[in-house]
Design a protein around this ligand. Structure first.
Ligand code: ADP
Length: 334
């Protein structure tokens, strides 16, 4: 896996548990979402009622799962965790819903990937706190309504646009998470270094934060690699020298681009004169599947303005040329 992959695997998610902030006040960054959620939760507390259902949207690794856990902790309620892909049949969801306690928080990660029949069951449950349990099969089947105690759904999605409108409408509050400012990432890293008993200097932390693509999950991963490097080199402190050397070893440059990102830009500029060039041609040039280039490398390159999608294909911006140390042609965009 790429070191700058914003998604995490099972092992990494287990490692992350210890680092998750526990309360809203300990959650650095995302000031808007934090303030909005704070208000929602405080109002619910005063009314002694579960809050509206909450939808959290935004790219992977920005803290949606962490916020769901914080919501439950702030409400002093248990949390049930599942995900869209795990719910392939309405029956899977019915089993979960019918076992929820009053006030419990149900976290549905990747909610846009839930099966359609389950989605319809979820609308009803969110709106009326009721599920229709179907008993029997064929023409003799009957639906028995089952009342549910009030609970709170926290849904998370990387693609809010993929959510059908009726489902989106059931959420009383939507919080959109955005990439973190470098200073916020540095605050997160400083806290985590302390939790992990890692000695660090401010410059070391800033160097890692600046290369983490605005994503706490990536920042945490880079911190662990720099720590490895420092330990193996007998220094045991995450300082500027260790950060630079370790990140060079892992091919993460000053702007957070990795080898694949740079290969894409390099091919665009050196082989195709800056483009525009079709996705599949570009993918062949870097020896990757078009899908990999499109979903793994492109989002960050586009967001940071290195690469532009045009109707005639992908084009390098002036920033891309500059990043490679090349002179941009007068026709380069940006
Ligand atoms: P998502 O669900 O959006 O993919 P997670 O909540 O799993 O993201 O967060 C990924 C990792 O980043 C976790 O280790 C978490 O502790 C850390 N993280 C995310 N946001 C923050 C934050 N604001 N402060 C501290 N750590 C954070």
């Amino acid at each position: 896996a790429r070191i700058v992959d914003p998604g995490g695997d099972e092992d990494e998610r287990r490692l992350e548990v210890a680092l998750r902030p526990k309360r809203l006040a300990d959650f650095p960054g995302q000031p808007r979402v934090r303030d909005q959620l704070g208000l929602l939760l405080e109002a619910a507390r005063r009314r002694q009622r579960p809050p509206d259902h909450v939808l959290l949207s935004g790219p992977p690794g920005l803290g949606k799962t962490s916020l769901a856990m914080i919501i439950a902790a702030e409400l002093e309620q248990p949390i049930r965790i599942t995900s869209g892909p795990a719910i392939q049949h309405a029956g899977d969801l019915a089993a979960i819903l019918s076992s929820l306690a009053e006030g419990e928080v149900l976290f549905l990660d990747e909610i846009h990937r839930m099966a359609r029949p389950a989605e319809e069951m979820l609308y009803l449950a969110m709106e009326d706190f009721r599920v229709d349990v179907v008993v029997g099969k064929g023409p003799g089947a009957t639906a028995i309504p089952l009342e549910l105690p009030p609970f709170t759904v926290v849904g998370a999605t990387t693609r809010a646009g993929l959510l059908p409108a009726p489902l989106r409408d059931r959420f009383g509050f939507t919080g959109h998470l955005d990439f973190y400012a470098t200073a916020d990432l540095a605050a997160i890293l400083t806290r985590n270094a302390t939790l992990l008993r890692i000695d660090s200097t401010a410059q070391g932390i800033d160097e890692i934060a600046g290369r983490s693509r605005g994503t706490p999950r990536i920042a945490n991963r880079l911190l662990r690699r720099v720590r490895d490097y420092a330990q193996v080199h007998g220094k045991d402190v995450v300082d500027l020298g260790a950060a630079r050397a370790a990140l060079a070893l892992f091919d993460v440059d000053e702007s957070g681009l990795d080898r694949l990102d740079r290969a894409v830009l390099d091919a665009l500029c050196r082989r195709f004169g800056g483009g525009p060039v079709g996705l599949s041609t570009l993918a062949v040039a870097v020896g990757e599947e078009p899908d990999t280039v499109e979903t793994v490398a492109e989002p960050y390159l586009v967001r940071e303005g290195y690469l532009v999608r045009t109707p005639r294909g992908r084009a390098a911006s002036a920033l891309a040329w500059k990043h490679l140390g090349l002179t941009a042609p007068a026709t380069a965009v940006g």
